[in-house]
Ligand binder design. Structure first.
Ligand code: HEM
Length: 411
């Protein structure tokens, strides 16, 4: 029986959206650099090609973000290249890692507990509705030094801005711009006040932070706050949901983690490899560039399909198996270089790689681990509810289940 050649229609089919991994496997073997005629985009699916693309700043630019994020809330570090990006990132990055981030763990704990206390009395909770969609935004609002009573307002702005990033809906984009303007208007006076009277919050630190003698302008800080909500919200939300879904589908591994909460660290790494919440990142080719013997011309849109790279069988053994004890994956905190491969262990690409490597990688991991540990203290014998639907849904380059229904007894 002859096997049909890979076509763009297949990439946009319902079957592929429902489970993209089988077609990506074929692409890695037969057409690792595939030109999608429908979106006019080159798609990279092999781990080695994706690593190379993430690390190639000569031939690629991040400027495509100006057409999405840039339209809704103005320029951010994500759409910058070269030294402009380096300086912008250096101004804010120190607050998000290591010792400087430690004080914010308290905010994670406080906000997680507050949500858990409101869980329904009944034996079933939808973790997405009651916890994951709320925690990341609440933590950012708290870190910024905003009032708790602002949670709902920020949540609404964040949801509208997220919807506004859809490339093909001008109506949603208009609403997204409006939400950013309202948020900017709200935080504007607070930013000004922190200039003369700094407090112990993230806004004050960003207002006064400098790198190479430069600091952020008012508009840049306003855009950065919107970026934090959007880049840190949906992604972490889906990460926690994906991790719990995989654990609930693998009760032996769930039991191991419930017995030893330190293993949440491994569960998070394996989730980021096996079921990454973000599926890929776009780049723009500024000059000719070659991958797996295929040359992509300049001025092309290139998609780094990191979810495929993470499931490349030439790197990870039996990649579609979820296994928090696998010995070919670098577990625990990521390294920016990602693909180290020391002792035969490779890094997942779920946070990207290189200069634009996720700014919130430590924060996302800590939210997932601290939050999950507190959830486990609260829920005795957590298990999938019989009516739970664990189908992963692909939407706007993210993938996760719409709900995570857990049945449990209260501890
Ligand atoms: C599981 C959760 C998360 C995932 C899967 C994720 C994924 C990513 C990826 C793939 C990139 C690379 C973008 C590129 O190369 O073009 C990125 C960048 C970024 N992420 Fe995250 N992210 C997560 C959580 C967070 C959090 C909590 C924050 C908040 C601090 C955050 C803020 C950012 C920022 C500001 C960038 C841009 C960095 C730059 O351009 O230098 N992310 N993220």
């Amino acid at each position: 029986m002859s096997i049909k050649a890979i076509t763009s229609e297949m990439l946009h089919s319902k079957e592929h959206l429902a489970d993209p991994y089988p077609l990506w496997e074929r692409m890695r073997h037969d057409e690792p650099v595939f030109f999608d005629e429908i979106t006019k985009t080159w798609i990279l699916t092999r781990y080695t090609d994706c690593v190379e693309a993430f690390s190639n700043y000569e031939d690629f630019s991040n400027r495509l973000y100006r057409d999405t994020l840039g339209v809704v809330f103005g320029p951010t570090m994500l759409d910058k290249d070269g030294s402009e990006h380096v300086i912008h990132r250096k101004i804010v990055a120190p607050e998000f890692v290591g010792k400087r981030f430690e004080p914010y763990c308290e905010a994670i704990e406080r906000n997680a507990l507050e949500l858990i206390e409101k869980f329904p009395k009944g034996p079933i909770v939808d973790l997405v509705d009651a916890f994951t969609t709320r925690l990341p935004v609440n933590v950012i609002v708290d870190m910024l030094g905003m009032d708790q009573s602002d949670h709902d307002r920020f949540h609404e702005w964040y949801t509208t801005m997220m919807a506004g990033l859809a490339r093909f809906s001008s109506e949603k984009q208009k609403l997204g711009v409006l939400a950013h303007e309202q948020l900017a208007e709200y935080v504007g006076p607070i930013i000004e006040a922190r200039k003369s009277c700094p407090m112990d919050d993230l806004i004050s630190k960003i207002v006064h932070a400098e790198a190479s003698g430069q600091s952020l302008t008012l508009a840049e800080i306003q855009a950065f706050i919107s970026l934090l909500l959007v880049a840190g919200g949906e992604t972490t939300d889906k990460g926690i949901a994906n991790m719990w879904t995989q654990l609930l589908l693998h009760p032996d591994q769930l039991n191991a983690v419930l017995e030893d909460h330190e293993l949440f660290d491994h569960a998070f790494s394996e989730m980021m490899r096996h079921s990454p919440p973000v599926l890929g990142q776009l780049r723009y080719s500024v000059q000719e560039v070659t991958f797996s013997d295929v040359t992509i011309p300049p001025d092309q849109v290139v998609y780094i399909q990191l979810a495929s790279a993470n499931n490349d069988e030439s790197i990870f053994h039996d990649p579609r198996e979820f296994n928090i004890a696998r010995n070919d994956l670098h577990m625990s905190k990521e390294r920016k270089s990602g693909h180290h491969g020391g002792e035969g262990r490779y890094g997942h690409l779920g946070f990207g790689l290189g200069k634009h490597f996720c700014l919130g990688y430590e924060m996302a991991r800590l939210e997932a681990i601290i939050g999950s540990s507190l959830l486990s203290n609260f829920m005795k014998n957590p298990r999938l509810a019989s009516e739970a639907d664990t189908t992963f849904v692909t939407k706007n380059a993210t993938r996760s289940p719409l709900e995570v229904l857990i049945e449990y007894e209260r501890s």
